[in-house]
Write a protein that binds this ligand. Sequence first.
Ligand SMILES: [Zn+2]
Length: 102
Amino acid sequence: MECVNFRNYMHKYINGELSEELKLEFEQHRDECPMCKMFLEEELYLESLIKDIKEKETEYICKESNKRESFNEKNTYSRKQAVNTIKVMYYIAPAIVIFLIG
Ligand SMILES: [Zn+2]
């Protein structure tokens, strides 16, 4: 395999999309050509970094949506409290008015 082909096949190899035959040729070239081996290792490193970032991103989005949910819970809770306060006021207000008027 030529170096040019090796680099063209690199992504397919990483994604496991190469046929058995090409894979063998690819791996043979990797073992014979230090430059391409270095290239491949760099690419694998980059891929792992990207994967890591994507995982962290998903984790972050999950955490954020959890936060938002608990915020909504708090929000409905305080809304309930407000409604209760208004109800209490509704009952107390006439009593106060009656008390003031005598
Ligand atoms: Zn090469």
